[in-house]
Design a protein around this ligand. Structure first.
Ligand SMILES: *Cc1c(COP(=O)(O)O)cnc(C)c1O
Length: 371
């Protein structure tokens, strides 16, 4: 069996270091928001080039707390993509604001800056671009629009730790950026976790207040907050993984290049493109095909795991039927939801397994050509 994301091998490769760190945490007597969390926040801020980083319980909370800290709520609108994981829009709804969708770019699958201004109203407060599958969005264009209309830019960087845009790491491009440490993300722990990076120190202090029940001093509350904290065990594990992330992101790129080379001969498959001036970390390697169902079936027959990201655009989700969008509103996002599928990708995918995936797909394509 070939996994879509090979997590077990990844953790086994650092098992001894991680077990040592877990033992130290157990012996320390400090389990939530302690010295390991501090160290992780400082190291991530330094690595990504922001003045601060505030960890929270997961990537969804990172978005929710950031929107809340910026005072975004009922009556406000936030522009985002209809082609992303649900949490990007759910966070907007969770604080009582309304997500406003804009179609994505044909090549990068990220928010199309040319379509944003049409959707800006006096109620618009922020834009959430998603660095989808690990590729940075068109940040300069998005930031220019945000500046002109005085909007906040919150990067949803949950899928893109270590990716760069014009040599700047994602996480340092917007007013704030949200990351997830869910196991399947390219920097993921063995449970839930998240972090917000920002150089807005006022925002950072509000986030620290919100994540611990609206306190600045224990048992004295000046706002209605959350219980959204990172555990020491996860911070200690993430510190071990942080030392590996650049090497692992490079490995993902090498594998992506091998896929491109191997599958490039087929014109029945649309391969991922990296736009100018940015680096991709291939959280997912997705290809497009008009015969997706057949491809998925063939892969399944050979015990190869694949996945559909994402089978239904957010504007067509049942929960958003009150927003009155309809099929056809965002043709590019809708087409992607009907044609894209993800192939096995992780730093621990072996070349032998990858070659098998490639030859099975090419074989299926040949069969199609023949009929
Ligand atoms: C995973 C993900 C999230 C949410 O992160 P969790 O840690 O699972 O809450 C948000 N946005 C995007 C784009 C994601 O991929």
């Amino acid at each position: 069996m070939i996994q879509l994301i090979e997590l077990k091998e990844q953790f086994l490769s650092v098992k001894h270091e991680i077990l040592k760190e877990i033992e130290k945490v157990l012996e320390s007597g400090q389990y939530v928001l302690g010295p390991k969390v501090d160290e992780l926040e400082k190291k991530i801020a330094k690595k990504l080039g922001t003045l601060d980083a505030v960890s929270v319980a997961n990537g969804t909370d990172a978005l929710v707390l950031t929107l809340d800290a910026y005072g975004i709520g009922p009556g406000d609108e936030v522009i985002t993509s209809p082609f992303t994981f649900f949490a990007s829009a759910e966070a907007v709804s969770r604080v009582g604001a309304t997500p406003v969708f804009v179609d994505v770019d044909q090549e990068s699958y990220t928010l199309d800056p040319l379509k944003i201004e049409d959707k800006i109203t006096p109620a618009t407060k922020a834009i959430i671009p998603i660095h989808l599958f690990g590729q940075p969005a068109d940040m300069d264009e998005i930031k220019k629009i945000a500046k002109k209309h005085q909007l906040i830019v919150i990067e949803d960087a949950c899928q893109a730790f270590g990716a760069t845009y014009k040599n700047q790491p994602v996480g340092s491009l917007g007013d704030a950026a949200c990351f997830s440490f869910f196991p399947t993300k390219n920097l993921g722990t063995v449970g839930d976790g998240g972090i917000i990076t920002t150089s807005d120190l006022n925002l950072a202090s509000k986030l620290r207040n919100l994540r611990t029940h609206g306190t600045t001093q224990k048992y004295f509350h000046n706002s209605i907050g959350y219980n959204s904290r990172l555990d020491e065990i996860h911070a200690a594990i993430l510190l071990v993984l942080l030392d590996k992330i650049d090497e692992w992101n490079e490995k993902r790129n090498d594998l992506a290049a091998r896929y491109n080379k191997g599958l490039g001969t087929s014109n029945l498959l649309k391969l991922p493109k990296i736009k100018e001036n940015r680096s991709h970390i291939f959280h997912l390697y997705c290809v497009g095909s008009t015969i997706r169902e057949k491809m998925l079936q063939t892969l399944q027959n050979h015990d190869i795991h694949s996945g559909i990201y994402y089978p239904l655009c957010l504007h067509l989700q049942e929960v958003y039927s009150n927003l009155s969008y309809k099929k056809g509103d965002f043709p590019i996002a809708e087409d992607l939801s009907e044609t894209l599928f993800a192939l096995p990708m992780s730093p621990f995918l072996s070349e032998k397994d990858q070659d098998q995936v490639i030859s099975i797909l090419l074989n299926e394509v040949d069969n199609q050509d023949g009929c």
